[in-house]
Design a protein around this ligand. Sequence first.
Ligand code: NI
Length: 168
Amino acid sequence: MKIVLRYLRGSTREVMGTISRIGVSIDSDLLHRFDSFIKNKGYENRSEAFRDLIRDRLVGSAVGAPNVPVVASVTLIYDHHTRLLPEKLADLQHESHAIVVSTLHVHLDHDRCLEVIVLRGRSRDVQALADRLISTKGVRHGRLVMSSPEIASHRGHQHHHHHHHHGH
Ligand code: NI
């Protein structure tokens, strides 16, 4: 495979990075389906779609390890008439207050609630709390999304020795 390296100057706020251009051999039918897929998703070109897919797999792989720092959101749909359910969900969050960043509660209609809980901590702790919240009786649907800002950005993969950490 021919790989051409092209060097670009980074912006003033970023550590200088490099862009590598690669050629990929791919089955025509698979490429056609990929092009349809990314068009439906709103991508303007293949490169950005490839980068997103690669980052998604890298993040997914990284947060699958038990002891890595992650940020996450847990989305819950539940019936607030279920006996003691709102109290149980609040108790679980208080028990793990160290990793609960924020909670958004929406009263969807007369019976149903939507709750989005933002978590930040070690992957195993985040997963454990999410499992307990989602499995609580009366929760109709729950989903955990974990991410790693370090993996998703390119900061963790700089080839330079000098890392400049900027304030938040
Ligand atoms: Ni509600």
